[in-house]
Write a protein that binds this ligand. Structure first.
Ligand code: NAG
Ligand code: NAG
Ligand code: NAG
Length: 464
């Protein structure tokens, strides 16, 4: 559902994926089991400003991964824990002739005696104290295998001036074993670049937001059941989410998931729902119906990031009184003004456009009902083994309707004794929440409203 834009179908992926995969509307009993979505593997990339001959050990370093076709770039900045310093292979590739990883120890052969000397000077910290550990971040198939980038822990280094080599006593290590803090920023690649330009712009990095397209049509029957002598049917006559959000996403070990978003193309939902109930209800009935869980294409970076967005659609409904038979039709259209910006997990005070689109009741009866489809976009990820999650939850509409036919006491009070009239009271509520922080699927850390709107849209006697 992340569609980077028409041009690169996807940051994380494409609503297209799932727009085509039938609307997955199901009865309560046969919720569609999540299919496995595409997961793109990002591979190591080199930043444009890489000088290639810097031998210095660092306590902080940035690493880039990208996926060309999907237009995704990820930039991780890592601070090493105390006692560790970082040496990154690509930073010195211009002065190195070859790297031998055939055994676990690593032999680096320099192109010149001067370079070996410079290395010896730059790396003397490693041998200075047994507690000092250098992390050598290797690149390429020979040293890093299919991952393309792999850290090694180096305890000591010996040098051979004749062979112009440095021999590192090394062992495989894991990123999380030497990290103090780290964050990774996920972004799109500018779409207007093509060919070799695209390459150049890509290597400049991380300059465009990721675009998330929330467009989805889930019209169709939701629920149909007979319980305790009443039958209830809930139908989405026309239910659609629409719009896009540009997001700037960062995953961090110390602060979890964070993202700022800006909405476009009338970000919101149009929902026309009808609820039919017949029979005589003595006890209130409420139900929550999972409609669909749609896994969206995500991406991963070997040993570091696993990013799996999904869209959840559910409906909450309740019927608290019914006699005879009635159908309530309720509809609302809610959207954010284009250009609205907010940060997930922080309150925002955006004025949405909310309009009721369909109101009605048929049947000479009494019914009190509440319907609320809930659409949530969950961006679930693990970063260096920690669970982080962010996303949006839209409840629209929460519609509550009370119909009182003239046969009931309430109805008489409201509309008198004309049997052709019912009283109708309808309230609509629309709420969009954002959330971001630590957690997993189903969690909504720091959930805060982006907007919330309640209104009584209707209260009168209707002729039926
Ligand atoms: C190597 O990189 C470090 C940190 O980015 C910088 O301070 C240093 O000046 C660079 N050394 C050379 C020789 O360019
Ligand atoms: C990656 O992030 C670091 C830290 O914010 C920044 O200095 C660097 O320029 C970024 N690299 C790219 C290619 O955007
Ligand atoms: C409605 O009818 C009942 C009895 O049939 C009567 O007692 C009551 O006064 C009537 N109410 C109105 C508003 O006409």
């Amino acid at each position: 559902m992340f569609v980077k834009s028409a041009a690169s179908a996807g940051l994380l992926l494409a609503l297209a994926n799932y727009a085509s995969a039938s609307p997955v509307l199901a009865k309560r009993v046969d919720v569609v089991a999540p299919a496995v979505a595409n997961k793109f593997l990002l591979t190591p990339d080199t930043p444009a400003d890489n000088d290639g001959s810097n031998l210095s050990l660092k306590t902080e370093e940035s690493y880039i991964w990208s996926h060309q076709d999907q237009g995704i770039v990820a930039n991780m900045t890592l601070q090493a824990a105390s006692g560790f310093r970082l040496l990154t292979a690509i930073n010195m590739q211009d002065v190195v002739e070859s790297v031998d990883c055939a055994t676990e120890d690593i032999t680096i052969k320099f192109g010149s005696a001067e370079s070996l000397q410079a290395a010896q000077e730059a790396w003397k910290w490693v041998n200075a104290d047994a507690a000092n550990t250098m992390i050598y971040v290797a690149e390429g198939q020979a040293c890093a295998g299919t991952k393309g980038r792999q850290p090694f822990s180096v305890e000591s280094i010996s040098y051979d001036a004749v062979a112009q080599t440095a021999l590192m006593a090394a062992s495989l290590t894991k990123w999380k074993d030497f990290v103090e803090d780290a964050s990774i920023r996920i972004a799109g690649v500018p779409v207007d670049a093509t060919g070799s330009d695209a390459q150049a712009v890509k290597r400049r990095g991380v300059s465009k937001d990721v675009t998330i397209d929330i467009g989805h049509d889930f019209s169709g029957p939701i629920f149909n059941t007979d319980v305790d002598g009443i039958s209830v049917a809930l139908n989405c006559d026309s239910c659609k989410t629409h719009g896009t959000a540009d997001a700037d996403i960062t995953l961090s070990l110390s602060s979890g998931f964070s993202a700022s978003v800006r909405t476009h193309n009338s970000f919101g939902a149009d929902m026309d729902v009808s609820l039919t109930a017949s029979g005589t209800l003595t006890d209130p009935l409420s139900f929550s119906v999972p409609i669909a869980t749609v896994p969206l294409a995500g991406f991963s970076i070997a040993d570091l990031v696993d990013f799996g967005p999904q869209l959840n659609i559910a409906a909450d409904a309740s019927v608290s009184a019914v006699s005879a038979s009635a159908t309530a039709s309720l509809g609302v259209s809610a959207s954010l003004p284009d250009g609205s910006g907010f940060t997930l997990g922080q309150t925002a005070d955006i004025q949405p456009n909310v309009q009721t689109t369909k109101l009605g009741v048929t049947g000479s009866v009494s019914v009190a009902a509440k319907v609320g489809p809930v659409v949530s976009l969950e961006l679930v990820a693990s970063f260096l083994g920690k669970g982080v999650v962010g996303g949006l939850a839209l409840q629209a509409p929460v519609l509550s309707a009370k119909f009182e036919g003239s046969a009931s006491t309430m109805g008489m009070l409201a509309c008198g004794n004309n049997t052709a009239e019912v009283s109708l009271e309808l309230d609509v509520g629309v709420e969009l929440d954002g959330f971001a922080g630590f957690g997993g699927a189903g969690d909504r850390p720091n959930q805060k409203a982006v907007f919330q709107k309640d209104a009584q849209v209707f209260k009168s006697c209707l002729t039926v």
